[in-house]
Design a protein around this ligand. Structure first.
Ligand code: 2HG
Ligand code: ZN
Length: 468
């Protein structure tokens, strides 16, 4: 490293926070799935926004590209170095500030974990609109940068909908400050909305102002065993109509349940297996259990229905769904596809995708689960060679042919960019490239994530090349 760059980075980060020892870098160089890994030139851990700006400015001058990283819980390789970039870790920006208990707003540093923020606001009667299984490690900055979804999108929307103000460092080191944030603000382009979901390619998010939701302590969770996904979706329609305060509607299937039982040591939820499992949660100011039980009464088989009200009982039912990711990971390194389908096509997709994979890649084991309420299924594929993208190709083409999206909530990262043109038009991609060039002309922020600046090879109808 150039001595002047080193001294500027040391000044920005402070002693002990510029890591170039391979052992210290290691945990920043491999993602949660273990599928994406690459050496970092160094890891910079600045303590605050001014430090982030100084790191970005120095790296830009010395031509060192940066990969911003929060809790490293991403699943598409978007926060892992690929070609010797440096990692810019935001974890030390972990202050919670300016909590307004009347308006229900709070400012969180990019490195605050979701769980820390939940624990901070809940005793005051407020909650964070987005919740997800990796809450203990996922950071607010990373969740905004990837527009994280999670289990409550049907009620509160994804992370972008929670953001009312943002502070971010632009590629030249300038600080964009849209804090504290106003609920109504039509004075030009919506920069917080643009940065949410930009996956670290346009700016480095350092602080965000979030709108909170009222905490709803009265909760009820039901887990149901059903003969098909179609039956689960039908039942979900009834719950939506009859039970107030539906917050989550999740599905999983026998192959995932079997892995969760085995890896988490959980007993089977019901006396006999079912083809599909639906978990729903309702929340409100008053106990939602009676209305939820009434909505389920006509449709649910009493031997395949569990209702939980107390916190430990609810957590026990949620574990069957939330422990899927870790159970799959314990089994091998999966290919992870996170897709959305139009509501009317979700039921067909589940059987079509299994048939398509059985035909094109008979050796793989698909594990499906996800957020039935918003059409988002996670297609995890076990048993595929890490470099063999043919199962991914088969699934994503099917999704595109049914009018869906190749990424519902995890983003494009590097894992999906080859297929971006399946569901984004040439005009869309050209507009995104123009924005990237305007905000980061030197291409130092997360280069190669979402798309390459030169046009990527067009996905054609010819079979994919193994290892491409
Ligand atoms: C979830 O819904 C996460 O639990 C992770 O989005 C999904 O592991 C996955 O594929
Ligand atoms: Zn998910």
């Amino acid at each position: 490293m150039h001595p002047e760059l080193r001294s500027r980075l040391l000044a920005a980060c402070g002693p002990g926070h510029l890591l170039d020892d391979p052992d210290l870098r290691a945990s920043y160089e491999t993602d949660w799935t273990r599928r994406f890994t690459g050496p970092a030139a160094f890891v910079a851990r600045p303590p605050d926004t001014a430090g982030v700006a100084a790191v970005v400015a120095a790296c830009r001058e010395f031509g060192v590209p940066l990969v911003p990283q929060g809790g490293n819980t991403g699943l598409v390789g978007g926060s892992i170095p690929r070609a010797g970039e440096a990692v810019l870790s935001l974890r030390r920006l972990d202050r919670i500030e300016d909590f307004d208990p009347v308006a229900g707003e709070v400012t969180a540093g990019a490195g605050v974990t979701l769980q820390a923020l939940q624990e901070f606001v809940r005793p005051h009667g407020w909650d964070v609109g987005v919740d997800l299984a990796s809450r203990a490690s996922a950071t607010i900055g990373g969740m905004v940068a990837t527009n994280a979804g999670g289990v409550r999108v049907i009620r509160y929307g994804p992370m972008r909908h929670q953001v009312i103000g943002i502070e971010a460092v632009l590629a030249d080191g300038a600080i964009l400050a849209r804090l504290p944030g106003l609920l109504k603000d039509n004075s030009g382009y919506d920069l917080p909305g643009l940065l949410a979901g930009s996956e670290g390619t346009l700016a480095v998010v350092t602080r965000v102002r979030l709108r909170l939701i009222p905490a709803r302590p009265a909760r009820a969770v039901a887990l149901l065993g059903l003969p098909s996904l179609a039956a689960a979706l039908e039942l979900l329609r009834a719950v939506r109509r009859q039970a107030p305060g539906l917050e989550a509607a999740e599905v999983f299937f026998p192959e995932g349940l079997e892995l969760v039982q085995r890896h988490a040591g959980l007993p089977p939820p019901f006396p006999r297996p079912h083809a599909c499992y639906l978990l729903v949660e309702c929340a409100g100011a008053h106990d939602p259990a009676p209305a939820l039980a009434a909505a389920l009464e006509s449709a649910a088989d009493p031997d395949a229905a569990l209702l939980a009200v107390s916190r430990p009982e609810r957590d026990r039912l949620w574990a069957y769904r939330e422990r899927h990711t870790e159970a799959i990971s314990a089994e091998g390194i999966p290919h992870k596809l996170d897709v959305t389908l139009p509501a009317a096509r979700l039921g067909d997709f589940e059987s079509l995708v299994r048939a398509r994979l059985a035909e094109t890649s008979p050796h793989v084991r698909p594990v499906l689960f996800g957020h039935a309420g918003d059409g988002n299924l996670h297609v995890n594929i076990l048993g595929a060679d890490p470099d063999d993208e043919s199962p991914d190709d088969a699934v994503l083409r099917l999704v595109a042919s049914l009018g869906g999206s190749i990424s519902a909530e995890h983003g494009i990262g590097i894992a999906k960019k080859r297929w971006l043109n399946l569901t984004r038009s040439p005009a869309d991609i050209q507009a995104m490239r123009a924005i990237k060039r305007a905000l980061d002309p030197a291409g130092i922020l997360n280069p190669g994530v979402i798309f390459d600046l030169e046009p990527p090879p067009v996905v054609s109808s010819t079979p994919p090349v193994r290892g491409a």
